[in-house]
Design a protein around this ligand. Structure first.
Ligand SMILES: Cc1cc2nc3c(=O)[nH]c(=O)nc-3n(C[C@H](O)[C@H](O)[C@H](O)COP(=O)(O)OP(=O)(O)OC[C@H]3O[C@@H](n4cnc5c(N)ncnc54)[C@H](O)[C@@H]3O)c2cc1C
Length: 464
């Protein structure tokens, strides 16, 4: 039986990047990528839709990139893939219950002055905490234990004004796709350190995370990378969920056997290029150290249904609206937030956290109907107008995807960072861990997925 040097589990952006960086330095390595789905890309999914006789690329997974995300930007340049700016012109709004705040830029100036001051104070405060964190060892910060013992909700509960509380709840939902009571406050601080400030997370212009989109759709990065790797004789097998990883030695330094329903493969190294939760679904023999399994038991995925709605015209732009909105505590509205799709007269929307769990129990048609009502009410139009404008509605419930199980990424609950430290990246013998979650910059983002691929390739090349 052929023995590969490295088997990579998962042909998402991180697994493909790992293969790319391995081959860049050691072109003769025999690398196999084993993927459960019938496609590459994982959380990057671009569907080609027929919208009024035109083929459009519809991103149902990750889509935005920014200049600050250097790893993904370098990868785009390598693959000769362009980007285009997110459309942001016009006014945006935030609806909280029946109160509507409008804004241009990122701050709704019609909030109360006290609310605005408190909001800004906490942004500065958390940015200040974030600057003190050493990303190599965040758990060593003097206040790590204290911060990791409380949820973001507990921090929010201490705020004075309802407006600051609401805005931070929206920040948590839209950036982390989870409720503030699900995630550790320390995790939020570390995430802010990773990206260089709260504004970098929420901005949709200049250097913010929503600055630009990928021409041809984000999955193109993976399809092009896969083609390039195959030309370099990397094998990629699809439709092959890995079920079992065995090693001949208890310290995982012997030969690996990787079992899929169709075939068993052998290698000297294995890279798990998937989220911790999914990695823990693969049986390992001998059993992994308990700290790794215990860690994975505590890593649920966040919850998101992404929607894209195509219209005959970009009617909101005629009303000088940017298409950007956020909503909170409006029970009948499915979408927590949305933005102009920039091309093809579309609005991209996100159903997040508890709302995603609720709307996941409904049909796609029921979600579409409720979103029509939401657009009509938010933009002061009739449902008939929205229905007549609507051409195609598409959505993706990531929680229902067996090989993802939720989005955008892993939620770090209380105690995870301080109790488990670097368990997320710590190799076990020659079993290594990549995946967007394991990055030290922009973890959970495309850029983090590429960075993790590079790190894991370096780890293996050091040993070889
Ligand atoms: C709705 C949504 C919006 C997002 N928005 C953005 C954004 O705007 N900007 C941004 O930068 N990032 C965004 N992200 C995050 C980004 O998409 C991810 O960080 C990145 O794609 C993760 O890549 P990965 O390779 O680490 O993991 P994945 O893409 O999850 O890849 C893991 C791969 O492993 C495969 N797999 C699972 N189990 C097995 C098994 N047993 N055997 C073999 N293969 C297996 C999966 O099928 C998958 O292909 C978003 C994600 C989603 C879902």
């Amino acid at each position: 039986m052929l023995v590969y040097d490295v088997i990579i589990v998962g042909a998402g952006l991180s697994g493909l990047s790992a293969a790319h960086y391995l081959l860049e330095q050691e072109p003769d390595l025999r690398v196999l990528i084993v993927e459960a789905r019938d496609r590459v890309g994982g959380r990057l999914l671009t569907q080609t839709l027929d919208v009024e006789n035109a083929k459009v690329h519809c991103d149902l997974g990750g889509q935005w990139v920014s200049k600050k995300q250097t790893h993904i930007m370098d990868m785009l340049e390598l693959l000769d893939i362009g980007t285009y700016k997110q459309y942001t012109e016009g006014s945006s709004f935030i609806q909280i219950k029946d109160k509507v705040y409008t804004y241009n830029g990122i701050v709704p100036w019609d909030m109360s002055w006290l609310g605005l001051i408190e909001l800004q104070y906490h942004i500065w405060r958390i940015d200040g905490f974030a600057k003190q964190i050493d990303l190599e060892k965040p758990w060593e910060h003097a206040r790590a234990k204290e911060w990791d013992a409380i949820t973001v909700q507990a921090y929010i509960d201490k705020m004075w004004t309802a407006q600051a509380r609401d805005m931070f709840t929206l920040l948590c939902l839209t950036v982390c796709a989870c409720e503030p009571n699900e995630i550790s406050f320390f995790c939020l601080i570390v995430s802010v350190t990773e990206v260089g400030g709260i504004n970098a997370m929420i901005d949709n212009d200049d250097d913010g995370a929503q600055d630009s989109k990928i021409e041809g759709g984000a999955q193109l990065v993976c399809t092009k990378l896969a083609e390039r790797l195959q030309k370099k004789h990397v094998e990629i097998v699809l439709d092959s969920p890995v079920q079992l990883i065995e090693n001949t030695q208890s310290n995982y330094q012997g030969m690996f056997k990787v079992t899929t329903p169709q075939k068993i493969y052998q290698s000297k190294f294995v890279v798990m290029a998937l989220s911790p939760l999914l990695s823990s679904r693969i049986e390992c023999k001998p059993a992994l150290p308990s700290y790794r399994d215990q860690f994975c038991q505590r890593t649920p995925m966040a919850c998101c249904i992404k929607t894209v709605t195509y219209f005959k015209t970009a009617w909101w732009r005629d009303d000088k609206a940017s298409g950007t909105f956020m909503t909170l505590d409006v029970e009948k509205y499915p979408l927590t937030n949305g933005m102009d799709g920039t091309i093809n007269n579309s609005i991209v929307g996100f159903i997040l956290g508890n709302k995603a769990r609720y709307w996941s129990t409904k049909t796609k048609q029921e979600r579409q109907d409720a979103i029509v009502v939401q657009f009509a009410e938010m933009y002061n139009k009739s449902c008939k107008f929205i229905e007549e404008q609507l051409i195609v509605y598409e959505d993706m419930d990531w929680g229902m995807e067996q090989y993802t199980r939720g989005a955008f990424d892993t939620i770090f609950g209380c105690g995870l960072i301080v109790n488990f430290k670097d368990a997320i990246t710590d190799p076990i013998g020659n079993l290594h861990y990549a995946g967007a979650e394991t990055a030290t910059r922009w973890s959970g983002y495309m850029s983090g997925a590429v960075e993790a691929g590079e790190r894991v390739a370096d780890e293996i090349l050091d040993k070889i």
